[in-house]
Design a protein around this ligand. Structure first.
Ligand code: ZN
Length: 443
């Protein structure tokens, strides 16, 4: 009951942080940062060491050299402020995945901690650690941004929220009440069963990975929520169109083990969660950006100048019709490590973003599903559904035309059967599987 009131208080309070003036938002960030960075430097030995090694004061945090997931995991024991060894956190998180019982938490001198694993399918697997207070604040923010407008009328209406998730969202159990009900559909269960459960739930809000929601729609799920929320995967245009036609208006949440990074505004656009997280960006070829985040609230597992693997396209000019001052994401393009690296016609190497390949494949006539993988320096392997002479011809033609426009040189194509992804893994249609034997520059 107390948890529920706390979440609702956070949800109501969230309105204070929805700044309409950029200068006010930045002042708010500065205020939070000054206090938060001091606290983290005093309680996280690894963070203190980063400042010492770079001979920077805490006030100069924006100049701190960024770290990524491998450094975070490698120094986890001294990075977290709850005194938890990585080994213990991994044991608890992995046990929860296996038993599908996501209730266990870890008791620490700093209070009860919820732990979890990232669902990354390659590279370093991440863990997250959140305190009870952080969990309730996170739930409040999500609630405030996700319930369909107008606010707060939407909170007074009866809401049935259906989440299709890989790991059950303990976060939301505490919020359940008579007006606000949550139903969790474990996406490791068979699709026909899930589709029937979803139809029976009559959700007013439906959230899940777009590939799974699409599979449920194709399996005959009948639901007409006020909002469909795409989480955990890149939302592609074909899925968006199908989900909007079948279920209702689609918005996105951009959330990772690294934090709650972007949320949909009343006009349905994806805004950076700048009231709680500070974003810097590294420019990538083609106008794309890679975020370096500093979470201004998380204490148990601080995220200070943390470089994400994601590639984003920010909206031009940054503004939005909703009037909020936080910047807008045009597209979450995918992961940096899925970028293809192909020979240019001039003999150099070119970076080709997954987004670009997806756009080409989406125009191939008759193609329902596909995977495109780079398996060698100048080789792409395509898996198509349906796999016919005509889809192969169309896919090869569209892809080649798109690569020509970019100035990509000779690339060979091969075709292999499309195998189903293991249950519960994130769908990634475009993948980089080739590791160059020596370093090379992109572009
Ligand atoms: Zn907006």
């Amino acid at each position: 009951m107390l948890d529920r009131l706390t979440v609702l208080a956070h949800a109501l309070g969230e309105g204070r942080w929805m700044f309409r003036e950029r200068a006010a938002l930045e002042r708010h960030q500065e205020r939070l940062a000054a206090e938060h960075l001091r606290w983290v430097a005093a309680h996280s030995p690894y963070t203190a060491e980063r400042f010492q090694q770079s001979t920077l004061s805490v006030g100069q945090w924006r100049d701190l050299p960024p770290i990524s997931k491998p450094e975070m995991m490698g120094n986890f024991d001294r990075l977290n402020t709850a005194g938890l060894p990585l080994k213990t956190v991994l044991e608890v998180a992995r046990r929860a995945e296996v038993t599908r019982d996501f209730t266990p938490t870890l008791s620490t001198p700093s209070g009860e901690m919820t732990v979890g694993l990232s669902s990354g399918t390659s590279g370093t697997q991440g863990v997250f650690l959140v305190s009870r207070a952080e969990r309730l604040q996170w739930a409040g923010a999500v609630l405030r941004w996700l319930l369909p407008p107008p606010w707060p009328a939407s909170l007074l209406k009866r809401q049935r929220v259906a989440f299709v998730l890989r790991a059950e969202g303990q976060l939301y159990r505490s919020v359940s009440g008579s007006r606000l009900q949550f139903q969790f559909l474990d996406l490791l269960r068979p699709v026909p069963e899930l589709a029937a459960d979803l139809s029976a739930a009559h959700p007013t809000l439906l959230a899940g990975p777009p590939s799974v929601l699409r599979a449920l729609l194709d399996a005959g799920a009948d639901a007409h929520p006020a909002r469909v929320v795409s989480v955990a995967e890149v939302l592609e245009d074909d899925d968006r169109a199908a989900l909007e036609a079948g279920f209702g208006p689609v918005v996105q949440v951009y959330q990772a083990t690294e934090g709650l990074l972007a949320l949909p505004c009343p006009h349905g656009h994806l805004h950076l969660n700048e009231a709680h997280v500070h974003f810097d960006f590294e420019a990538l070829p083609g106008g794309y950006q890679r975020p370096i985040i500093t979470d201004l609230r998380r204490r148990a597992q601080p995220m200070i100048r943390h470089r994400l693997d994601d590639v984003l396209l920010l909206a031009e000019g940054g503004g939005c019709t909703c009037g909020l001052a936080s910047r807008r994401i045009e597209r979450v393009v995918g992961r940096q490590d899925d970028a293809l690296n192909l020979p240019s016609s001039a003999g150099t190497r070119l970076t080709v973003w997954p987004d670009f390949v997806r756009a080409a494949m989406n125009t191939a006539a008759g193609l329902r599903e596909y995977r495109a993988e780079q398996t060698d320096a100048a080789h792409l392997q395509l898996s198509l559904e349906p796999d016919t002479v005509s889809t192969r011809t169309a896919a090869a033609r569209e892809l080649r035309a798109a690569l020509d426009r970019l100035g990509v040189g000779a690339v060979t194509l091969s075709f292999s059967p499309l195998l189903a992804d293991p249950l519960g893994t994130k769908r990634r249609r475009v993948r980089q599987r080739w590791t160059p034997s020596r370093p090379h520059g992109a572009d």
